[in-house]
Design a protein around this ligand. Structure first.
Ligand code: GDP
Ligand code: MN
Length: 380
């Protein structure tokens, strides 16, 4: 789950971090009165769950309340990478001298939290990593001991030798660690963390992603969830109890079991294709789940073929076949569907599917290759 900038900043402010004052507005008039209250130049910032809002036109400066109103009117309702802006944060503008990147992720290799800092702040950290990797410094933390101040100070000295910035940055890094651990985060970022022309430190942006599996014990964070700014397909999938991740390819994949789903995606890529999604219908054989899964996949206009890969263990192939037939009856299926069903009750399942529009396959290789051929035909 992603937390908005203004929400993450609340967590920072509570811990004593310097964040420019600001409030959220949903209308241009509200933005105007917030700007009046703040006084001086403000920044109007789209609150959507995507990076690079600045570049996309979602961060604008306003010298006075009237301008803040106009900028808010321009940003509210704007489409940024497929998401509609419904809220803006109106915040005091600061005079930036230097920008730094401060981040903390859950690192697989060291199996714990890892800080990432850079003097190349304000830009995409992925971009910095690709073109100037020497500008990135990392520090793995042993969660048994936590992030100790001397470690954080040493890390800060890698990106600046200004003692005042080191002091402010050390504090910010400690706050990042505290929020990260207490909210079961997978990622937290301040980009940019800035030094102003008068030598003060400010956290100008905030990003916080939470591990969904921990939401049950994070009631306050769960409250912050904003379904309107999440991908509608992923929301629907969650409601239906499906694990779904949208991807960019044209082969829709519908698989039971996360491991088989990943193997299927690997195979699609191995044969030169690109999966349109990851979708695990889980171990149950509830036909309703198959219908929901199909509906979600069919909603994606990029999908040119669907690959159904089911290994029947606890899942019964005949139940899945029933779901499939129900789905093709209920939904307008406009793309070919390749079906590979193997395991418990596979004979019964095959008999049920005979004479339908579904394309049968026996092995995984065969199924994937057929799906790719059909997707290519559909695309041309
Ligand atoms: P992002 O594009 O989604 O990462 O949004 P940010 O909040 O990071 O804003 C983008 C950029 O706008 C920052 O990297 C800064 O360069 C600039 N910016 C944001 N707030 C301020 C501010 O108060 N003063 C100045 N001078 N620049 C700002
Ligand atoms: Mn940013």
């Amino acid at each position: 789950m992603k937390v908005h900038e203004y929400q993450a900043k609340e967590l920072f402010v509570e811990r004593g971090l310097a964040v420019p004052r600001g409030e959220v507005a949903t209308t241009p008039n509200e933005a105007e009165s917030i700007a009046k209250k703040l006084g001086g130049t403000v920044v109007v910032k789209a609150q959507v769950h995507v990076g690079g809002r600045g570049k996309a036109g979602g961060v604008k400066f306003a010298k006075n309340p009237a301008e803040a109103k106009a900028k808010a009117a321009a940003i509210l309702g704007m489409d940024i990478k497929g998401l509609t802006v419904e809220k803006v944060l109106v915040t005091e503008a600061v005079d930036i001298a230097d920008e730094y990147y401060l981040g903390l992720i859950m690192d697989r290799a060291s199996q714990g939290p890892m800080f990432i800092v850079s003097a190349a702040g304000g830009m995409d950290i992925e971009q910095v990593a690709a073109t100037e990797p020497e500008k990135i410094h990392t520090l793995a933390i042993d969660p048994r001991y936590g992030a100790r101040p001397y470690q954080l100070r040493a890390l800060a000295y890698k990106v600046t030798d200004d003692p005042a910035v080191v002091k402010g940055m050390t504090k910010a890094l400690a706050v990042l660690y505290d929020v990260f651990m207490k909210s079961d985060a997978s990622l937290i970022e301040i980009n940019p963390f800035v030094r102003t022309t008068d030598g003060a430190c400010w956290s100008v942006d905030a990003k916080l992603n939470i591990d969904d599996n921990a939401l049950y014990r994070q009631p306050r964070i769960a409250e912050m969830r904003d379904l309107s700014s999440e991908d509608p397909s992923e929301v629907e999938a969650k409601e239906a109890g499906l694990s779904f991740v949208k991807l960019d390819g044209n082969v829709g994949c519908l698989v039971n079991g996360a491991g088989l789903a990943m193997a299927t995606m690997d195979l699609v890529q191995y044969f030169g294709g690109m999966p349109a999604n990851f979708l695990d219908i889980g171990g149950s054989s509830n036909p309703e789940k198959v219908v929901s899964a199909m509906r979600i996949i069919l909603r994606d206009p990029q999908v040119k073929a669907i690959l159904f890969n089911i290994f029947g263990g606890i899942t019964r192939c005949d139940d899945v076949a029933a779901g499939l037939l129900k789905a093709t009856e209920q939904l307008k299926v406009t793309v070919p569907i390749v079906v590979r069903l193997t395991g418990t009750n596979e004979k019964e399942a095959r008999a049920m599917l005979e004479g339908s529009q579904l394309v049968p396959a026996t092995t995984m290789d065969e199924a994937v290759q057929k799906a790719l051929e059909l997707a290519e035909e559909g695309a041309s």
